[in-house]
Design a protein around this ligand. Structure first.
Ligand code: NAD
Ligand code: IPM
Ligand code: MN
Length: 356
């Protein structure tokens, strides 16, 4: 098959890890008989530098015309003092929203070879874990009205509106139950219903859905407790579904339990639009341009592209196996604990390609 893939290389380590993922896609193409049309798309800080806007005209359309989008990361200190509308992160939110990518799948599993890199006590790490964090991606506080204004007697004041509709909650909730049916049939919905009205609505909708999926075990959990349960016993979780900001925070926490943030891929999916695949990590300005970044999250994002956009599970599994083989033979970039000299980004990518 021929696939049209839009590449948003982005900023910092973004281009470095995307390059390795593209190499892996090419290798999989050669082995399984696929070819690609690559479409380089400008977005983020690099787009601001080149065009004066992080989200140039044509970026959305180019992504819409593709079969899938692969993204590195955007943002960095260079653009941190721009007005909010010109920040690279604003473009990321815009593309997610414009493509209708409301479901963000962030799988966090402890790969057997990385038990020693898991920061948890060994009796917990020995049990292993395999959870799917499903993050609502186009609603909530990320997309509500923002204000900042001067008051007469309290200095400046700012507010961010958190809003959810039944429609938004129901569609992500259904995804959670459908995903659980393909896994261990257990959904934990994470909210802050003891305080937030959006969470009370969230919980009511989830309970209604739970009744439609009697074969799936369902429970609620408050987000502060969830942050704690994730380090107490991550094996408790199968599908964890939550709103946008809670999902952002909990997925960075979950990533570290797998050994490093440089390992966790993600798939952002809508109803009938191309999916967007990206590592959960950012542009890592502290290590950018030094061949130090871990390319595994980007490479596993390419595997998710095969699984969720192209419906080619064999190709996805081939990539995942190649990553596991590299890890079990002791290959480590600097972010993963381990003995011996760490491998660079390019060397790690090359070894994974060689394993396919
Ligand atoms: P970050 O994820 O970029 O980095 C946090 C820490 O993790 C750093 O020490 C970094 O070196 C390390 N790290 C991250 N990815 C790594 C990898 N692949 N290999 C090895 N180490 C890795 O988070 P941050 O520093 O808070 O954010 C930096 C910039 O990235 C900010 O501008 C932020 O807005 C942006 N960001 C973008 C995305 C995205 O585009 N999807 C995601 C998160 C953050
Ligand atoms: C992520 C990132 C983004 C988010 C930022 C860069 C806007 O942290 O993809 O996890 O918060 O969604
Ligand atoms: Mn994040």
């Amino acid at each position: 098959m021929n696939f049209k893939i839009a590449l948003i290389r982005g900023d910092g380590i973004g281009p470095e890890v995307v390059e390795e993922a593209v190499g892996v896609l090419e290798t999989v193409g050669a082995r399984f008989g696929h070819s690609y049309e690559w479409i380089d798309v400008l977005m983020g800080g690099c787009a601001y530098d080149a065009k004066g806007t992080p989200y140039p005209e044509g970026t959305k359309e180019a992504c819409q015309r593709a079969d899938a989008v692969l993204l590195g990361a955007v943002g960095g200190p260079k653009w941190d003092n721009l007005p909010p509308a010109l920040r690279p992160e604003k473009a990321l939110l815009a593309i997610r929203s414009d493509l209708g990518l409301y479901a963000n799948l962030r799988p966090a599993a402890l790969r057997p070879a990385l038990k020693a890199a898991c920061p948890l006590r060994s009796d917990i790490a020995d049990k292993g874990f395999d959870l799917m964090l499903l993050r609502e991606l186009t609603g909530g506080i990320y997309f509500g009205e923002r204000k900042r204004y001067q008051t007469e007697d309290r200095g400046e004041e700012a507010s961010d509106l958190m809003k959810y509709s039944e429609m938004e909650i129901e569609r992500i909730g259904r995804r959670a139950f459908e995903l659980a049916r393909l896994r261990r049939k257990k959904v934990v919905s994470v909210d802050k219903a003891n305080v937030l009205e959006t969470s009370r609505l969230w919980r009511a909708v989830m309970h209604r859905l739970a009744a439609e999926y009697p074969d799936v075990a369902y429970s609620d959990m408050l987000v502060d407790n969830c942050a704690m349960q994730l380090v107490r016993d991550p094996s408790f979780f199968d599908v964890l579904v939550t709103e946008n900001m809670f999902g952002d925070i909990l997925s960075d926490e979950a990533s570290m339990l797998t050994g490093s943030i440089g390992l966790l891929p993600s798939a952002s999916i809508g109803d009938r639009t191309p999916g967007l695949y990206e590592p959960i990590h950012g542009s890592a300005p502290d290590i950018a341009g030094q061949d130090k970044a871990n390319p595994v999250a980007a490479i596993l994002s390419a595997a998710m592209m095969f699984r969720y956009s192209f419906r080619l599970a064999g190709e996805a599994a081939a990539i995942e196996k190649a990553v596991d083989l590299a890890l079990s033979s002791g290959c480590r970039t600097a972010d993963m604990a381990g003995s011996g000299a760490p491998l660079g980004t390019r060397e790690m990518g090359k070894i994974i390609r060689g394993n396919i």
